[in-house]
Design a protein around this ligand. Structure first.
Ligand code: HGY
Ligand code: MN
Ligand code: MN
Length: 408
């Protein structure tokens, strides 16, 4: 069996955490200085693991094995949410690094071809799963040219500032790979609540994002009688309330929706807002359910516009990520390894978070492994996992990798 080095795994996880660390979490958004510093360090580490490593034109850090034969690609994303947890994405990148290092030190397994990758902007600062979409050839150049982050910074300027504008983007060679494996924290409570230590992911939800824009009339908060107001904030609150009612009435078992970002202009206590924005994100494992929610959102926008005398416009706020199925033949190796290491402490489960594996799954067979998140918390500085779960997850992944490649 390929034995990982547990101390080195934790040490490398903590080293990656140091890039952009704040309180107990990280602030390492795509193309930030902390993100690029982390990628330079990862490129060095990939080289030290015996791989040929380079950073491509959208910031993906790739490590290519010198060994012949059909390879596995393993990895996750190294960028974080604006205020993120230290393990989201990072864990899967360091698992891949630890497996590469352990293989390079093993007389029995050093010949196995494993490429590794630290993907870029999975967290949608500019474009959700930017790195995975670029590697698999589904990144639309028009979208790249016009992408901006929430502060209006253009992606093309971020690429320029990171010194990547003239760097070629890598494209994966489909014929080189058996498939893609991604390890990730669960980011939810299922494993912990069920006292399980390993999750084998069967499917990943899709996600869509709309922005509702409300255009009314800015005016004095004291002299403007209620009947005369065209209050953009009141229309926003009415829209949000109605969405919660209508989506709840049409929700499927795993439907979720979030209105996590609002903007009122001019955002002053004694001024009736003339302009407002509200982001609406929704997710489900079924494309038809996402279509249904999209239609309901537009119907609700029309309804509020008619009843409030405020203009209500819906625009697409993010590039959609479609729901995806994981490869059963690939995840059967993760199952076999989990059964060997923790016979009664693993389950099959869907993923309520989207992941790069969801994009990779359209390009090659893909599979994911989860470890528990303490308290089910993620996308928060408090995100954490138990050290023994971190170590177990990497060992289960390493055993599955060797078993899979040895059987090819
Ligand atoms: O939002 C997500 O599901 C992912 O963690 N970016
Ligand atoms: Mn995330
Ligand atoms: Mn993630």
């Amino acid at each position: 069996m390929l034995r990982i080095n547990a101390e080195r795994l934790i040490r490398d996880l903590l080293h990656l955490r140091a890039f952009g660390s704040q309180s107990s979490g990280v602030v390492r958004p795509a193309f930030s200085q902390a993100d690029m510093q982390a990628r330079y360090w990862l490129r060095e580490q990939f080289e030290q693991a015996g791989l040929t490593s380079r950073i491509d034109g959208v910031g993906n850090v790739l490590g290519f094995s010198p060994h012949p034969g059909k390879a596995l690609l393993i990895g996750s994303h190294a960028d974080s949410q604006p205020t993120g947890g230290w393990l989201d994405g990072a864990m899967g990148v360091i698992y891949a690094l630890e497996i590469a290092k352990s293989l390079s030190e093993s007389d029995s397994y050093r010949h196995l071809p494993v490429d590794i990758v630290a993907l870029q902007d999975e967290e949608s600062r500019f474009i959700g799963c930017l790195g995975a979409k670029s590697l698999t050839g589904v990144l639309d150049d028009h979208v790249v040219r016009h992408a901006t982050d929430k502060d209006g910074i253009r992606l093309v300027d971020a690429l320029e500032a990171a010194g990547l504008s003239e760097v070629p983007r890598e494209r994966l060679d489909r014929t080189r790979y058996i498939g893609f494996l991604e390890a990730h924290i669960e980011q939810g409570p299922t494993l912990e609540v069920n006292s399980k230590r390993i999750g084998i992911v069967t499917e990943i939800v899709g996600v869509r994002g709309l922005k509702a824009i409300f255009r009314g009339q800015q005016n004095h908060a004291g002299t403007t009688m209620m009947a005369l107001r065209r209050d953009a904030s009141t229309a926003l609150y009415a829209f949000a309330h109605r969405i919660n009612q209508v989506f709840a009435a049409h929700a499927a078992e795993r439907s979720v929706w979030t209105m996590g970002r609002a903007k009122l202009v001019p955002n002053a206590t004694s001024i009736i807002p003339g302009y407002a924005e509200l982001d609406l994100q929704f997710r489900d494992a079924s494309e038809s359910q996402l279509d249904r929610f999209t239609a309901l959102a537009y119907e609700t926008a029309d309804e509020i516009a008619k009843s409030s005398l405020v203009g209500v416009e819906l625009i697409e706020a993010r590039s959609p990520v479609a729901p995806s199925k994981m490869s059963e033949s690939l995840y059967s190796y993760l199952e076999r390894s989990a059964r060997q290491h923790v016979p009664n402490a693993w389950i099959h489960m869907p993923s309520g978070a989207f992941h790069d594996a969801g994009v990779m799954a359209d390009f090659m067979p893909s599979a994911m492994l989860f470890i528990p998140s303490i308290g089910g918390i993620s996308h928060d500085f408090a995100e954490d996992s138990h050290r023994d779960d971190l170590i177990l997850g990497c060992q289960v992944m390493a055993t599955a990798v060797v078993d899979l490649l040895a059987s090819c």
